[in-house]
Ligand binder design. Structure first.
Ligand SMILES: Cc1cc2nc3c(=O)[nH]c(=O)nc-3n(C[C@H](O)[C@H](O)[C@H](O)COP(=O)(O)OP(=O)(O)OC[C@H]3O[C@@H](n4cnc5c(N)ncnc54)[C@H](O)[C@@H]3O)c2cc1C
Length: 441
């Protein structure tokens, strides 16, 4: 099913929409659907989804699955080949058995996530949204933002092959991805982290714990692998430096059959690559503009949290706009406030997790081991971790507490293994500083 759109020159003149939504991928379609379901009149513009986008959100954690159900997209996702994913499983050479972190153990969290090819999910969501009563869809690109603080509305300049047109919205929603043109036009600056190069490829076969997303540890960087359809598994590596390829140490961590298939695909050159960096805007809303999804911030992809966060943004913004209909300022303030702490938790977690799972310092080696033991020890620890990782628990204090507990476990482990007091003190000091930095952010 394809999205059905109106021509720009067929739009009514001088009409003010409740919202003009820029970008019709997962975040934009979700917010358009959520607002239309609440009786609002929205214009959604998307110049053309990237059908080749292999490297993007495909392992959707439980909050994303719940949002897809609530918004009425899930049946279409199943029909398009989505598969259920019950949590994350961590496989490491020192572990006797994989460590399973299931969603079902977290109070209040939907028991299952979902995995699906990203381009397929985005197409399914846009097609359904474009047909929804209350949504006007145009296959157009937004090129300028005006009247950000307008008394009645702000305007967006849209263009398609036939020309350009100005449309007005009480609220403008930037769902136009990490490079967001709307965010730039509003003068919202960003903090940007270092580049991370990723590569992904698809193989057939089976994974050790089918029904879960896999994280393979023990190489240079963690490797992610998850089933995205009945017959395809997606394997994602972080590449070495600015130019390097897949590190052989990462390949060594994969089960033999998976490794063999991955090597065949690499030899054929059938890989997709992407450069990603964590990015935090200095505001989530300004004037009549709200940022959602990647436009509102990105984190290290190891957390696989982008789509869950984008869909929760959409639901949160739609809820605030409904509760404060007619008062855009209040609605956007509420939205920005509600998403501030979860975004902070998500960025700090992404950074801390990437460092813990791949850091080469003595302290990070010890912390990695401590984390695995922390998980093995107690199902409640695993539940707390997957609650944070899935974005269900967005409290910075919960993250700081978990980090502190893992650091203490690590120190206990070192002592238990007979490490000297001086080695233990050195690692303890390094971890103490990290825990403090996390608590302060
Ligand atoms: C390598 C990699 C792996 C990832 N893995 C995961 C994962 O496993 N799980 C997960 O949950 N997340 C993952 N993510 C993150 C996830 O892909 C994103 O968070 C999610 O796709 C963001 O959706 P979005 O709708 O905000 O932005 P996008 O998907 O970037 O969509 C933005 C849309 O806006 C449109 N647009 C842009 N400019 C304009 C304009 N001027 N006018 C109109 N439209 C415009 C674009 O055409 C596009 O369709 C991963 C990301 C990467 C890069």
């Amino acid at each position: 099913m394809r999205a059905t759109g109106r021509a720009l020159n067929g739009l009514p003149s001088n009409h003010i929409y409740d919202a003009v939504i820029v970008g019709g991928s997962v975040a934009g379609s979700a917010v358009a659907m959520a607002l239309a379901k609440r009786g609002m009149d929205v214009l959604l513009c998307e110049p053309g989804l990237a059908s080749h986008k292999l490297l993007a959100g495909e392992l959707l954690q439980a909050p994303a699955a719940k949002a897809l159900i609530d918004l009425g997209f899930m049946d279409a996702a199943w029909s398009a080949g989505a598969v259920a994913s019950c949590g994350i499983v961590v496989v490491a050479p020192d572990l006797k058995a994989p460590v399973v972190l299931p969603y079902a153990t977290v109070p209040g969290l939907h028991p299952s996530g979902v995995a699906i090819e990203h381009a397929t999910l985005a197409a399914v969501m846009l097609a359904r949204t474009s047909r929804r009563r209350g949504v006007t869809f145009v296959a157009a690109r937004a090129q300028a933002l005006q009247d950000l603080h307008g008394e009645q509305a702000a305007s967006v300049e849209l263009c398609d092959d036939a020309g350009s047109r100005r449309v007005q919205g009480r609220v403008i929603i930037a769902a136009d991805g990490k490079q967001s043109r709307m965010r730039q036009a509003a003068g919202i600056s960003i903090d940007k982290g270092p580049n991370v190069r990723m590569c992904g490829l698809k193989i057939a076969g089976t994974l050790p714990c089918e029904g879960f997303g896999h994280v393979f540890l023990g190489g240079r960087r963690p490797v992610l692998a998850y089933r995205i359809s009945g017959d395809e598994i997606h394997v994602v590596f972080e590449l070495a430096g600015d130019t390097g390829g897949v590190d052989p140490r990462d390949l060594d961590m994969l089960p033999l059959e998976v490794r063999r298939r991955v090597c065949d695909v690499i030899a054929r050159g059938e890989l997709s690559t992407a450069v990603i960096n964590a990015m935090t805007p200095h505001a989530r809303a300004k004037g009549r503009l709200a940022l959602i999804g990647d436009a509102g911030g990105t984190v290290h992809p190891i957390s696989a949290s982008g789509v869950s966060f984008a869909l929760t943004d959409a639901l949160c913004l739609a809820g605030a706009m409904t509760a404060h209909y007619g008062d855009h300022q209040c609605a956007l303030d509420v939205y920005a406030r509600e998403r501030e702490q979860p975004m902070r938790t998500r960025s700090v977690l992404g950074e801390a997790l990437a460092e813990t799972l791949a850091g080469e310092s003595e302290a990070m080696h010890a912390l990695r081991e401590g984390l695995l033991h922390y998980w093995i020890d107690d199902p409640a620890n695993r539940a707390a971790s997957i609650g944070l990782l899935s974005t269900h628990d967005g409290r910075p204090a919960a993250l700081a507490k978990e980090y502190g507990k893992v650091a203490l476990k690590t120190i206990g482990q070192l002592r238990g293994r007979g490490a000297s007091w001086s080695d233990t003190a050195r690692v303890g000091l390094a971890l103490g500083k990290k825990a403090l930095a996390i608590a302060r952010r």
